[in-house]
Design a protein around this ligand. Structure first.
Ligand code: ADP
Ligand code: ZN
Ligand code: ZN
Length: 757
């Protein structure tokens, strides 16, 4: 074989290189290749062959290691993602592999040094010269006049079990010094005398899960029944939905299915929507599967991620990987089961950059490539998944009782904000009397409260009362949100920050008014209303890092905080024990959001937040404040009427050609100048309409029509769910290429978003 097609970490398909004499390559190997004038990249071999290309090709510069770092189904999986989500395999590679495994640089030798390096640690053992009992005694007595050295040696012998050949262990240098209290100089002396020897060893950065393993909890009768339904479904179907209300014990069922799969020596992937909840779930799973558990997410350093990757490559038997969406890219072997927990969460969809994949949907394809099964779990399944289950494409198991004696579903009470404001009962406050009383009662009883608002910051809109001026982001088409904590204005789209002006920059007036509210505003008022309570806030401002987030959650779990205020981060599968009251401060903007999924999402968020209350023995109380108490969706949330929500959504979506009846693909175009961009978008839409007719909508101007200095237009393709999609993708890709090269529209960007969320 003389040529290799390789995948570069660039928006390209494969690229061909010559294999130099003496180099043997296999698919999935890492190679170093020159690209362009000066750059070298780490590429992945996708194929080796003898077909000489008609153009001149460069030589592969070097092979990183003889063993592939990718497995075969993985390459096929990358190709599937690239083709389904209309992007390049190079973009999938970029997203899939930790950067430590793909070093790049301007010169071949410079980038050899970059990338992953194993962590080395100094260890101490005794030299062979004192291995026998005789020579050891001689060594000890030779130290008679050096008591510090003698003491260190004895301590070493003690720690290392040096005399028992079976339990002997090497001692980390640091541990030896710490435990013995000896100085480095004393150790140096023993090393110099050749009694002890120092050496370097590669150590793992990954924390082992060392706690003793516990047996699984036996399932309750309803849980056992649901579990059997799943097993039954998997006999004939690749995918099964577990629709189980919050606290019904879905995780316990997952554990039983995981154990069964591991017992077959197959691997399992457990997908979670959010880093924030990995700690809770990791602790639970570690008790049962700690010896086979690997955790993978972006909260880890890149080196740690490389180590998880390597561990996975070396594993040939049972293994349980737990992670967020990017863990679908780990080098699995023989995946028997993928669990997608909280499958309705939109964080499974990658928005930007490409590949814009949905990890839940991709997981189904991945499992199938391994001959494995996928279990989707949720208390509020997505409309798409539920529809697939109802019409028999997926299996379905239902679990509609909470685990534990007498546990009821939360009591949801609707508070009419319009009425309270009209009667002047609620003025300048975010809290209705009913909610205030309930919070006070909970605090008095030593219980906890969560308050939900899906918007962070203090005031989303600032306005000059004199001239009407409002601060806008200079880079985006949105107004800036005031954040009191940092006393500044922030753009929630691009992160732009600006000082909060003392005077109106337009008229110099000093009457700036704040409108709307976010989590910060709530926190401020809570502190005034309930000064005796300890409060905390869980949102993107307070929980920027994983450890900050863990800290907030664990303080709340430990009861050190009584009132927790948060955004939708609160709703994602956290299991709190002592929350008796939840307040949804204002549901209105969730209802009015201009998106066909708005009602589905509002329902899911509110039901999930409600589900955090009343666990372990007491019925939870939820106050849902809204100025639209008669909105049918609010009534559905009140009754937790999931089926009612689904029915109304399905009716609406079939009328207006939305998923699950139609598949959506957005053609997104962006450019610095609005007019040429609009002309470009119109031209594109016209071209597509020639072939696809009235399935093409737009170009439309999105609600936020400029982000990061780029104007945005979208063309929407709605195509029958039953239609063959491959020719359509080809057409889109061709049109995209043609338009990218069009001389009239330089520098316009175009990408596709398949199944947008
Ligand atoms: P879900 O994942 O459906 O929200 P969980 O699995 O978290 O529900 O269960 C809720 C609580 O009930 C957890 O604290 C869990 O440990 C407990 N639980 C559920 N089922 C069992 C069981 N069969 N045996 C012991 N504890 C259980
Ligand atoms: Zn003004
Ligand atoms: Zn901005």
């Amino acid at each position: 074989m003389n040529y290799a097609d390789v995948i570069l970490p660039l928006p390209l398909a494969t690229y061909t290189y010559r294999i130099p004499g003496g180099m043997t390559l296999a698919e999935g190997c890492r190679v170093m290749v020159p690209f362009g004038e000066h750059k070298y990249y780490t590429a992945i071999v996708a194929a080796v062959h003898n077909r000489a290309p008609s153009f001149e090709v460069k030589d592969i510069y070097a092979l990183h290691e003889a063993e592939p770092v990718l497995r075969l189904p993985q390459l096929r999986f990358w190709e599937w993602i690239a083709s389904y989500y209309i992007c390049k395999t190079g973009e999938v590679y970029k997203a899939a592999v930790p950067s430590g495994l793909k070093p790049e640089g301007n010169a071949a030798d410079a980038f050899r040094k970059k990338g992953y390096a194993p962590r080395m640690q100094s260890y101490i053992r005794h030299s062979d010269a004192i291995a026998g009992e005789e020579s050891l005694r001689a060594a000890i007595s030779s130290l008679k006049r050096a008591p510090a050295q003698e003491q260190l040696l004895l301590r070493y012998l003690d720690l290392s079990n040096a005399l028992e050949s079976t339990h002997r262990r090497d001692i980390p240098r640091k541990e030896l010094l710490d435990v013995s209290g000896s100085s480095p100089a004393t150790l140096e002396a023993l090393l110099k005398k050749g009694i002890l020897v120092s050496f370097e060893r590669e150590v793992s950065r990954l924390q082992p899960y060392t706690s003793a393993l516990l047996p699984l909890n036996p399932l309750s009768a309803p849980q056992e029944q649901a579990c059997n339904q799943i097993r039954e479904a998997f006999r004939t179907k690749n995918v099964c939905l577990l629709h189980g209300i919050t606290s019904s014990g879905k995780t316990e069922i997952y554990a039983h299915l995981i154990a069964e799969t591991l017992a077959e020596q197959r691997q399992v992937l457990f997908l979670l929507p959010e880093i924030a909840i990995t700690t809770q779930i990791t602790e639970r799973l570690a008790k049962w599967f700690g010896d086979k558990l690997l955790v993978y997410h972006s909260g880890f350093s890149d080196d740690e991620r490389v180590e998880v990757w390597k561990r996975m490559l070396d594993a040939d038997g049972a293994m349980l990987a737990l992670g967020v969406r990017s863990s679908i890219f780990l080098p699995f072997r023989n995946l028997g089961l993928i669990i997608v927990d909280e499958e309705h969460e939109n964080t499974y969809k990658q928005q930007d950059p490409a590949p814009r994949y949905n990890a839940r949907n991709a997981a189904i394809v991945l499992a199938q490539m391994h001959g494995g099964k996928t279990l989707l779990g949720s208390a509020t399944p997505s409309v798409e998944t539920y529809y697939n289950a109802v019409r028999g494409k997926y299996g379905m198991a239902e679990l509609m009782v909470r685990h534990g004696e007498g546990l009821q579903e939360p009591d949801v009470r609707i508070v009419d904000l319009k009425e309270l404001r009209r009667k002047k009962i609620m003025k300048d406050t975010l809290f209705s009397p009913a909610l205030t009383d309930a919070i006070r009662a909970a605090l008095d009883a030593g219980e906890q409260v969560i308050l939900f608002r899906n918007r962070r910051g203090f005031a989303p809109v600032v306005e000059c009362r004199n001239c009407g001026w409002t601060p806008h982001c200079p880079h985006c088409d949105v107004s800036l949100t005031y954040h009191k904590m940092h006393r500044r204005l922030e753009c929630h789209y691009c992160g732009h920050v600006a000082a909060y002006p003392a005077l109106c920059p337009d008229c110099n007036g000093n009457d700036l008014k704040m409108q709307g509210f976010g989590t910060e505003t709530i926190e401020e008022e809570v502190r005034e209303l309930f000064p005796e309570a300890v409060t905390d806030r869980l949102d993107m401002d307070t929980a920027r890092t994983r450890s900050a987030c863990e800290h907030i959650i664990s303080r709340f779990e430990a009861g050190k905080v009584q009132i927790l205020i948060g955004t939708q981060m609160l709703s994602k599968g956290l299991d709190f024990g002592n929350v008796s009251v939840a307040g949804i401060l204002n549901a209105d903007h969730m209802l009015n959001y201009p998106d066909f999924r708005a009602h589905e999402r509002a329902f899911q968020m509110m039901v999930q937040v409600s589900g955090r209350t009343g666990r372990r023995g007491k019925r939870g109380l939820v106050y849902l404040q809204t100025s639209q108490p008669d909105n049918p969706l609010i009534r559905l949330v009140e009754k937790s009427a999931y089926r009612g929500m689904i029915d109304s959504q399905l009716a609406e979506r079939s009328c207006f050609r939305y998923p699950p009846f139609f598949r959506l693909i957005e053609i997104v175009v962006r450019g610095r100048l609005e007019e040429p961009l609009h002309a470009f978008a119109t031209h594109c839409a016209d071209l597509l309409r020639e072939r696809l007719g009235d399935r093409i909508y737009g170009p439309v101007t999105p609600p936020v029509n400029r982000i990061h200095n780029l104007y945005i237009r979208k063309i929407i393709l709605k195509i029958e769910a039953s239609a063959a999609i491959a020719p359509v993708r080809n057409l889109l890709e061709e049109t995209g290429e043609r338009m990218r090269l069009h001389p009239d529209y330089p520098r316009v960007r175009i990408h596709f978003d398949v199944d947008p969320l």
